[in-house]
Design a protein around this ligand. Structure first.
Ligand SMILES: Cc1cc2nc3c(=O)[nH]c(=O)nc-3n(C[C@H](O)[C@H](O)[C@H](O)COP(=O)(O)O)c2cc1C
Length: 175
């Protein structure tokens, strides 16, 4: 039983402390399918996803991410990589520097929401040394790691929703 999409959007929080319980590969597969279902410019799908279960690689990812502990304690870390040249081949510079990153951001958000729908905690980790992450994964040339997503059962952490600006500040309605 998974959650309604609006509930998942409302209830998702960044989780950074994980229980040692493993996450089964079937569920990880469903979450990756959600990532791969994201929209992308021209449907180019300029991404690859790594699902890292190996502790030694998770340790290296954590080192590359300024020792963020969530990447060590999570039973699995998903790494979203962008393929900028795939998008550039059709859309030039705008494809390389904008569409490709928008596409992989959409895929990352789908992953976070699918994790929430399956009752798992996750966090979008963007602070890391790209070259160190690429080396830990053995990325091919042209694969650019853009997001790390530790995934697992929350170790009891239930963060309060951080404040968001009121819509009256962020929405501009033009009739
Ligand atoms: C692009 C991006 C990079 C982020 N990088 C990190 C990070 O390196 N480490 C971390 O713990 N959280 C990171 N976060 C999570 C944010 O801190 C979090 O989404 C924000 O505080 C709002 O909390 P919420 O996700 O619970 O709504 C990042 C989020 C985004 C979108």
């Amino acid at each position: 039983m998974t959650k309604d999409v609006m509930d998942a959007i409302r209830e998702r929080r960044s989780i950074r402390h994980f229980a040692p319980d493993s996450v089964d590969e079937f569920t990880v597969g469903r979450i990756l399918e959600a990532g791969a279902s994201a929209p992308s410019a021209g449907n180019i799908q300029p991404w690859t996803f790594y699902a890292v279960f190996r502790q030694d690689i998770k340790d290296r990812l954590s080192k590359a991410a300024y020792a963020q502990e969530s990447l060590i304690s999570a039973p699995v870390v998903i790494v979203v990589c962008a393929l900028p040249e795939d998008t550039a081949a059709r859309y030039g510079e705008r494809g390389r520097s904008l569409y490709c990153l928008q596409d992989t951001a959409a895929a990352t958000q789908n992953i976070l929401l699918a994790a929430e729908a399956f009752g798992l905690g996750s966090c979008w980790v963007g602070a890391f040394e790209e070259t160190a992450v690429a080396a830990a994964l053995g990325c091919a040339r042209g694969e650019r790691p853009v997001a790390l997503v530790p995934l697992g059962f929350s170790a009891g952490e239930k963060p309060q929703p951080p404040a968001r600006y009121d819509l009256s500040r962020t929405v501009k309605i033009l009739h």
